[in-house]
Design a binder for this molecule. Structure first.
Ligand SMILES: Cc1ncc(COP(=O)(O)O)c(C=O)c1O
Length: 364
């Protein structure tokens, strides 16, 4: 091997499984109505922006951030009413927390279990960390298949189980009895991922007091701060103390800590935006439900899953893009998602444009 041949060096030194992996793909949304990634479509209110400029302007960027992000953690605890018994761990998005959890718990013999379809990062991060990932298909109406999950728990003996409530991309909450049955049977830590809680009718934090093997994960992303990257995990301090050992020091930068604190001081303004999105979800659900060319499922999140009855989903997705609207095509990603598109709820104007684009695309 020549010492100048970079291709040869890369091929020799980068793990074969990494070389075979495609990078996480984010669709280019330039110039399009962006309804593919469950973002809040509203900018921060002017008063919040002014507060941000003031506070960020005086940040001490020559110093490392507070490694424990104490002020922000206190603000999160207060804003979300987190019980004083529980400790909070912060991550650079929930994604980083998923990585910490899998790195701390899973082994080559005892990996990760999740229902399918669900959030793709559970599988991708398990793959990157080279631990087994097991998935169990949801039922055709997207409920947990409890007997099959119990069987998978017995067979694979995973160390971590991820249950997204509401689930992405199906939008539903799992039945409390199903969650309890799995938690009680699992010799694993069960992580309840509540990324879409701002749009849901109930949370599952009460499970923390009932079971020693549960932690709850949330994020500010869907609330209107996707650009900030701030996720949180909370539960018994004994779990959090162990997981905290794998958190990179200073993982939440000074600007992020300050910005999140400022924005959370204005939490009611974010809730007003969420309320509009929930109302819009209802409007979209009614409009889509009246269309005989498709099926739409009820959602407790800020998106709706639809199945096109006949037309090819990929072609419809492309035609919608040509009409200036970007949604997510899920066809081909899991058998239960054949013919499916996921539509993020946007502003009233964006939603109307999306409905028009879908209608025109279906009309050919
Ligand atoms: C179920 C679920 N959990 C977690 C996340 C990621 O959240 P974050 O932006 O905090 O990394 C997503 C993002 O789409 C999600 O759908």
């Amino acid at each position: 091997m020549s010492r100048n041949d970079t291709d040869a060096w890369v091929e020799r030194l980068v793990r074969a499984d990494v070389r075979a992996t495609a990078a996480y793909h984010v669709a280019d949304a330039a110039g399009l109505v962006k309804l593919d990634a469950m973002e809040n479509p509203y900018p921060l209110p002017p008063a919040v922006r002014e507060g941000l400029v003031r506070r960020l302007g005086s940040a001490e960027l020559n110093r490392y951030p507070d490694p424990q992000a104490r002020a922000l953690t206190a603000r999160l605890r207060q804003t979300f009413g987190i019980d004083p018994r529980w400790q909070i761990l912060l991550g650079n998005g929930s994604d980083e927390i998923i990585q910490i959890l899998i790195a701390a718990l899973a082994t080559p013999g005892h990996g990760v279990l999740a229902p399918a379809p669900s959030f793709v990062m559970f599988r991708l991060i398990a793959q990157w960390l080279r631990v087994p990932f097991h998935e169990v298909a949801l039922t055709p109406d997207f409920a947990l298949d409890v007997p099959a999950m119990l069987e998978a728990l017995r067979t694979h003996r995973p160390r971590v189980v991820f249950l997204a409530c509401p689930n992405n991309p199906t939008g539903n909450l799992f039945a409390p009895e199903a969650l309890c049955a799995l938690i009680e049977a699992a010799e694993a830590l069960v992580v309840i991922d509540e990324a879409y809680l701002p749009f849901a009718s109930r949370d599952q934090a009460d499970l923390l007091a009932r079971y020693p093997n549960v932690l709850v994960m949330r994020t500010l992303s869907k609330l209107g701060l996707a650009g900030l990257r701030l996720g949180m995990l909370f539960g018994d301090p004994r779990w959090i103390a162990e997981l905290d050992k794998l958190r990179l020091p200073y993982n939440i930068g000074t600007l992020n800590q300050l910005a999140a604190e400022v924005v959370l001081e204005h939490y009611p303004a974010l809730r007003e935006q969420t309320a509009i999105l929930i109302a819009e979800r209802g409007r979209l659900f009614a409009a889509l439900g009246a269309d005989p060319r498709l099926v739409v499922w009820p959602s407790e999140a800020n998106f709706l899953l639809i199945r096109l009855r006949s037309a090819g989903a990929r072609a419809i997705h492309e035609r919608m893009r040509e009409r200036g609207v970007l949604v997510k095509c899920l066809d081909g990603s899991h058998p239960l998602l054949a013919g499916c598109l996921r539509l993020t709820v946007g502003t009233p104007g964006e939603n109307t444009r999306m409905l028009q684009a879908l209608d025109a695309a279906l009309a050919g």
